[in-house]
Design a protein around this ligand. Sequence first.
Ligand code: NAD
Length: 411
Amino acid sequence: MKIVEIANYHVRKAAKTLGMSKRIEKLLINPRREVKVELVIEKEDGTLGIYTGYRVQHSNARGPMKGGLRYHPTVDDDDVKGLASLMTWKTALVNIPFGGAKGGISVDPAELSEKEKELLTRKFVESIHEIIGPNIDIPAPDVNTNQQVMAWIMDEYAKFHGFEPAVVTGKPVDLFGSPGREEATGRGVFIITKTYLERMGKPANVTTFAVQGFGNVGSHAAYFAWEAGGKIVAVSDVTCCIYNPEGIHIPSAIEHVKAHGALKGFDGGEEKERDFALYCECDVLVPAALGGVISTENADEIRAKIIVEGANAPITPSAEETLEKKGVQIIPGILANAGGVTASYFEWVQNIQRFRWSREQVYREMDKIMLEAYNKVDELAREKKLKFREAAYIIALGRVAKSVALRGVMG
Ligand code: NAD
């Protein structure tokens, strides 16, 4: 199932509960602008590399549009449209003054040299610089993009518009980035998980975790859970799964990935086939790789009691029904993985103010925002007997619809 279908399913469901007309539902679903560009680079071996770049700007009702850039072969119009929509609901749910956008390039970055990746990134900025900017649309990292890619974006944008570090977030701390941004999404996943567990009377230090995806989000989520005394029994990446029922030493796993580029070969547990992390016995499963990984085909095999969505849209709606019947609790991505965009907001604020916050301040402000969003969702879910996801979308849609109405574009 495509990410756009997953996102629209939840939007339609919330719109129905809110009693919105079809006209307004359509307005909320349709993106404002979709841009698709051809990117041609000369590769180091002299051949031409031809790629497609995308930027979808879903909504600016609540502020400049905000969302990551993904470099992956599966990136296409529908993927980016769905991910852009999720950003609108995420920024609304955590109540930060942004709308939603997403972009990416359909490319396998493993096939590019560092030089080629830089060239491709600069070509992309050259093609979209007129439609991004600190008050228009602010990209950030996502799958296979990192601080270095954000630094190139800032530099390339400056060639057209002058010095404007707030055009992109997730930059290196040495180049107008913010302390705390790199680990923010994973840390946010853990804060939300910890809060949920505590309220269930089960602290993190007596909880077992499995994490699918060991990149930015997965490795940091695993680290914070490990640091709190949680037992991480499985972690996986594109190469394999490492399983250890006694608990994996996460700092060593992170060191291994830094040194070797992947989990394969890490000796802190038994090597299993990649998807084992999804199916192993654990309390909390954190999918932190790609969308749609839990579908009707494998939902029955999930043994976790709680799923916290580190990734965007990892569960299809029909799989969710199966999981709910089994009593699995799901914490939706628009809440659980909103720590990244929240810290990005702080980076943007610092860039605009030409001021620097400490990591402690970023953590403190982020915790406040994440917990406020959690409490709102929890309250509504209890009051109306809703699932967390339904409550989260109802709050987010309500806020966006209100901004749209106040701005008067419904006319
Ligand atoms: P990343 O590129 O840093 O890491 C992705 C990880 O997933 C890698 O370890 C990769 O090997 C692994 N992976 C890929 N395919 C896999 C598979 N089939 N099985 C197991 N592992 C697999 O990306 P990221 O930034 O960590 O993003 C991960 C997810 O979190 C995405 O869905 C992204 O949209 C979402 N997200 C990211 C951020 C952010 O700040 N980076 C914020 C919110 C949501």
